[in-house]
Design a protein. Structure first.
Lengths: 365, 328
């Protein structure tokens, strides 16, 4: 396709900039917001406990500091036993994110192994692994997690990670199996098989690299699941209650009647942190989704052509290149100016540029 | 094999896996669960102690396969053993007291959320870029929020600050449960805030899923063909786009049900709602393992049953599922 070059500026400058900032630019706004929000929490998790003014477990014995509302000394107030809520929150974000990351990595590896094996090996392997995947999908995870953790004598961070990962893989395995089935029949896989590649090499270098975007989206989902489940488990007391995670904060707030005592500063910050981290992940995920599936994009440009709103039932518009809106006087003046000669060319160039730019993510899907 | 028959076999396998996991967990976990329970409840009678041993598999009365068989027979008679924290109540009687509360509340609210979310998703998918699409990120915030936290916020706003709704419980204390208007109205009044929690927290998920399915379906050729025939908008939306987008949405409903119910169960704790979630909390805090295991089984079977109902609806709505019965 020929692309009309911009008239005055250096023609090479434009593609250069586009390539350098390409990925970030092409991300939908939603994904950008999600990534920034998540980044803020990750920074808080890394830096937070270092700059935290108090020890989260320190119980200030002075009577006036019990359930103190937020002020300059305690930015988020204090708990019933005089502990600083902000210090607990910062430690809690770190612990919760650590746990979620661990679960995300382990469960993702499990789902890749199961999904790829089921999709690639086929036959009885596929029957068995798919059945196991579907069975664990349909059995509700939280009650099972509750029994498993209930029986464990020590409910530390590591035990929680292991148990959550052990039940967090089926969603991903199902998606990855479907993708593997689709890839398995492609020519490049057949080619590498013909050249005598070993099975594990085909899996590691041909199949898995082609599923990276799916694996990334699934990782985000698994992290989301891990946060939700771990906070819920801690909230009902199935966690190491001497450590400070977002869930245990909520547990103590609930069990010491923060709500009835009107101490909103005790339970709102940890809950809000969970909700915001979750929102960031959901936004990021739906952004990744849109990148892979352009139909999902909601940019209002998608439903507008030449300043006319389009409904899906409208016939495909066949439009003359629409003139930019000008007042009649400006239009008259413009007709006499030299730049009117460039109009036609410019518009053709713009349209070609846009149609090129409109297929983002085609290399990711 | 017919579609429904295959699904029934699948659910039977799933139920068997759940039962088997439930049987082996106490035997595989480190630590002596019976001792833990005994030290907490020293006044159990010897017969209860023996029942507990049989349930948790300590003391080895017979081989493990013998125990397994006895366990399956017990479960098939709905005999979940004796409860330890509320001894001598049987676990089944505790379940019977609480299950109706949960099924009424969570079932109704989930159905409402599903229908409202799907309807909103159809609108958002049809009018892409409209105002519904723009509020979507805001709804995602509610979707990402844990159910119980939303419950805490709603309680703070509507029960603690303004006394519009009651502070938890299933009905006003002092009323005797029964089929009379005082009790029913009180129960409905107490269930409004928990129901709102479920609807607000889960509506966004259904809506987002339905919107994406609608957008994908609208891009299909048969929708274009319907438009090209000049069919009226309404017919294209409902008969062509929505009908086809609804089938994956229904399948998603079956799969997501476990998550929704889990969330709703934790939410019950915040409202001290007398359902199965509160029972579960009591079981957890008092190390009441027989009760915990029974609740797990009950919730699992409920989810399996609901999934089966979804399958029946899919067969009724999807000619392809019926066609498979003929060809295979």
């Amino acid at each position: 396709m020929t692309v009309a070059l911009p008239v005055s500026t250096e023609p090479t400058a434009v593609p250069e900039v586009r390539r350098r900032r390409g990925l970030w630019r092409r991300l939908p706004t939603r994904a950008k917001v999600g990534a920034l929000l998540l980044g803020a929490f990750i920074v808080a998790a890394i830096v937070g406990p270092m700059v935290s003014p108090y020890d989260p477990g320190f119980q200030n014995p002075s009577f006036g500091l019990s359930l103190h509302p937020p002020d300059a000394a305690h930015l988020l107030g204090t708990t019933q036993s005089g502990q600083d809520v902000l210090a607990q929150l910062l430690t809690g974000i770190r612990l919760t994110l650590e746990l979620a990351l661990g679960v995300g990595v382990i469960a993702s590896v499990l789902s890749i192994v199961v999904g790829v094996a089921a999709g690639f090996l086929g036959g009885w392997w596929d029957e068995f692994l798919s059945l196991a995947t579907n069975v664990f999908l349909v059995i509700p995870a939280l009650p099972l997690l509750i029994i498993l953790l209930g029986y464990l004598p020590q409910k530390g961070q590591l035990a929680t990670i292991v148990v959550l990962s052990g039940l967090g893989w089926p969603w991903g395995a199902r998606l990855i199996r479907a993708q593997t089935l689709a890839i398995r029949g492609r020519d490049f896989v057949a080619a590498s098989r013909e050249t005598g590649e070993r099975t594990w090499r085909i899996l590691a270098f041909e199949i898995v690299p082609n599923e990276v975007s799916l694996i990334a989206a699934n990782f985000v989902n698994t992290v989301l699941y891990a946060i939700g489940a771990s906070v819920a488990l801690a909230f009902i007391g199935l966690a190491d209650l001497s450590s400070w995670s977002l869930g245990t904060m909520l547990y103590w707030a609930q069990s010491q009647q923060a709500l009835q005592l009107g101490a909103w500063w005790w339970f709102v910050p940890p809950g809000l942190a969970v909700a915001l981290i979750g929102t960031a992940l959901v936004l990021l995920n739906s952004g990744i989704d849109e990148l892979g599936n352009p139909r999902l994009r909601n940019a209002s440009e998608a439903s507008q052509t030449a300043w006319r709103k389009l409904r899906p039932t409208d016939p495909t518009p066949v439009l003359q290149a629409a003139p930019p809106p000008r007042s009649r006087l400006a239009g008259l003046l413009h007709a006499f100016s030299r730049s009117s000669l460039l109009d036609e060319q410019d518009r053709a160039g713009n349209r070609a540029g846009r149609s090129l730019g409109r297929a983002p993510g085609s290399d990711l899907s | 094999m017919p579609f429904i028959a295959r699904r029934v076999v699948f659910y039977l396998v799933a139920a068997w896996v759940a039962l088997t996991i439930n049987f082996f967990i106490p035997r595989a976990m480190p630590g002596n669960a019976v001792q833990a329970v005994m030290s907490k409840f020293p006044n159990l009678t010897p017969s209860a102690y023996r029942a507990l041993e049989a349930m948790l598999g300590v003391g080895h009365p017979g081989s493990i396969w013998h125990q397994y068989w006895a366990y399956l027979v017990d479960i098939s008679h709905f005999n979940f053993g004796v409860d330890v924290s509320q001894y001598p109540a049987s676990v089944s009687s505790l379940l019977v007291q609480t299950i109706p509360w949960t099924i009424t509340l969570v079932g109704t609210a989930t159905l409402i959320a599903f229908f409202v979310g799907t309807a909103l998703g159809i609108m958002a998918g049809w009018r892409r870029g409209g105002w519904l699409d723009r509020v979507l990120p805001g709804l995602m915030f509610f979707q990402a929020m844990p159910y119980f936290f939303l419950a805490l916020i709603l309680l703070e706003l509507f029960a603690v600050r303004t006394h519009v709704f009651p502070l938890g419980q299933g009905y006003t204390g002092g009323l005797i449960p029964g089929w009379h208007w005082d009790f029913i109205s009180s129960a409905i009044y107490h269930s409004l805030l928990p129901a709102f929690t479920i609807v607000i927290a889960s509506v966004a998920g259904w809506m987002l899923q339905m919107r994406n399915l609608m957008l994908t379906t609208i891009g299909e050729d048969y929708v274009l063909a319907a438009q090209a025939k000049g069919l009226p908008n309404r017919r294209v939306i409902w008969t062509y786009a929505t009908r086809n987008a609804l089938l994956p949405q229904l399948q998603g409903f079956g799969l997501a049900l476990g998550f929704v119910i889990s969330g709703a169960i934790v939410m019950e704790i915040v409202f001290s709602y007398p359902g199965i979630g509160l029972l579960l909390l009591n079981a957890v805090t008092s190390n009441d393992f027989p009760l915990m295991q029974a609740i797990f089984l009950v919730i699992t079977f409920a989810v399996l049953l609901a999934n089966f109902v979804v399958d029946l609806i899919i067969v009724a709505a999807d000619p392809r599922a019926r066609a498979r019965e003929v060809t295979r």
